[in-house]
Design a protein around this ligand. Structure first.
Ligand code: HEC
Ligand code: HEC
Length: 376
């Protein structure tokens, strides 16, 4: 060993020794190291109203208080978009029951999509076939899509994850949510998991007139009651059956199934502008079929249908009252409605009664729940 190198080594080890001397103040962990931050996950329990069905299976331990909190931040943070201008909440606002009240939504480049934003209310019950056409399977898969969608947040996940790693608070929040030991362990999958956890908390308050009526805390007035009977086909022969409950039934007011409710006329199965489920399943019989969404909070989510074509509930009811437009995949119930229109048309008063019933599904408490609002 050459002398100068020996000297160098001596100085080097001496410096190392000095550097390792215990000093008064604990040193800050090296950049990225998160192990000094405590990881103590508390399970998050989703509360649903008593009259609701049981929750679908949720992996034990997959929902934590810190995970939901991280997801809420990510949902509202424009850091997800290329130019820091849009977040998930730009198109899913609490005041619109997590829609944007637009027929179609523009992303950060001002380009509009072809579909209307969907309410995220009670989404925990549908983790099987998301979107109007069912093309996304789980919330965690879905949450990955808007970030890189060129007509939504138009970013790349690589860029977003780099922003998280360099962020003042996100490394710590990912640590608390997922127990990662180093900010290098932050991934898009963990971000999507957190967003999914937050979305699963978006459950009805149970304080709508409908829910209170089911618990005996409220009594429907005459119009609301008449509307409910028409909705459920529980009428006598003199009053029209509106068939609604077949497709929007149960306590959730959706069965998450797909139907063609007669929005567009078509001569053949290839004739639909937007094929809906058919473009996903590749079964031509599914062309023109879309998911029947929940009618809870429907009063607050105008405009209506996958392309936002109807401005008001009156227009929606007029559509159903006349049975819609004929096409090869139209649902038989729509044909029943059309036949009924010829023999027993729905009166203006009956339409208003149906709307009165739909308004009993208004759940302002859900929209105003502080836990659902922006943390910023
Ligand atoms: C530019 C507007 C826009 C942004 C930004 C946006 N969404 Fe959406 N979202 C939509 C539209 C439009 C749909 C319906 C799309 C379709 O069916 O083709 C939708 C559908 C969804 C659905 C499916 C709901 C259901 O009932 O099936 C979920 C979940 C969702 N968005 C979550 C998110 C999350 C999470 C983010 C942020 C990572 C986000 N969205 C960002 C517009 C947006
Ligand atoms: C044959 C099944 C079927 C019947 C019957 C039916 N619907 Fe629908 N409904 C759907 C489908 C499918 C959609 C989504 C269609 C689309 O956008 O392409 C829908 C959409 C809606 C929407 C718009 C939802 C939104 O978020 O934009 C409203 C409101 C609605 N239906 C109310 C009713 C009412 C009220 C009745 C009874 C008069 C009724 N529906 C009967 C299947 C049905």
């Amino acid at each position: 060993m050459k002398p100068y190198f020996r000297n160098f080594l001596f100085v080097f080890f001496a410096m190392l020794f000095v550097a390792c001397e215990p000093d008064e103040q604990p040193k800050p962990p090296p950049a990225g190291d998160l192990e000094s931050i405590s990881y103590d996950p508390q399970p998050y329990t989703i509360e649903v109203p008593d009259n609701f069905p049981n929750l679908p299976f949720i992996e034990p331990g997959s929902m934590t208080v810190d995970g939901v909190e991280l997801g809420r931040h990510l949902f509202y943070d424009p850091i997800l978009s290329a130019d820091f201008t849009q977040s998930c909440s730009s198109c899913h606002l609490p005041a619109g029951s997590f829609t944007d009240n637009l027929a179609t939504s523009a992303g950060i480049d001002g380009v509009n999509g072809t579909r209307s934003s969907m309410s995220l209310l009670n989404i925990v019950y549908n983790d099987e076939a998301l979107f109007w056409d069912g093309r996304a399977i789980t919330l965690e898969e879905q949450a990955l899509l808007p970030v890189e969608d060129p007509i939504e947040l138009h970013n790349t996940w690589g860029e977003v994850v780099d922003r998280f790693k360099a962020h003042d608070t996100y490394p710590e929040m990912f640590r608390k949510a997922f127990g990662i030991k180093d900010s290098e362990e932050i991934t898009k999958e963990l971000a999507a998991k957190a967003i999914g956890q937050f979305e699963k908390t978006l459950v009805s308050s149970g304080q709508s007139k409908f829910d209170r009526e089911k618990r005996g805390e409220y009594f429907f007035n005459d119009d609301e009651l008449a509307g409910e009977l028409m909705f459920n086909d529980q009428t006598d022969e003199t009053i029209p059956e509106m068939e609604c409950a077949h497709c929007h039934g149960g306590e959730l007011f959706t069965t998450n199934e797909f139907f063609n409710n007669g929005l567009d006329a078509a001569n053949s199965l290839d004739d639909f502008i937007d094929k809906g489920l058919g473009a996903v399943s590749n079964d031509p019989e599914d062309n023109g079929r879309f998911r029947a969404p929940t009618l809870r909070n429907i009063f607050f989510t105008a405009p209506y249908m996958h392309d936002g074509r109807f401005e008001t509930l009156e227009e929606v009811i007029d559509h159903y009252a006349t049975g819609g437009h004929v096409s090869p995949s139209i649902d038989g119930l729509m044909n029943d409605l059309r036949n009924q229109h010829n023999t027993k048309p729905v009166t203006e008063e009956q339409k208003q009664q149906l709307i009165a019933f739909l308004k009993t599904l208004n759940d302002v408490k859900f929209m105003e729940n502080p836990a659902h609002q922006s943390p910023f």
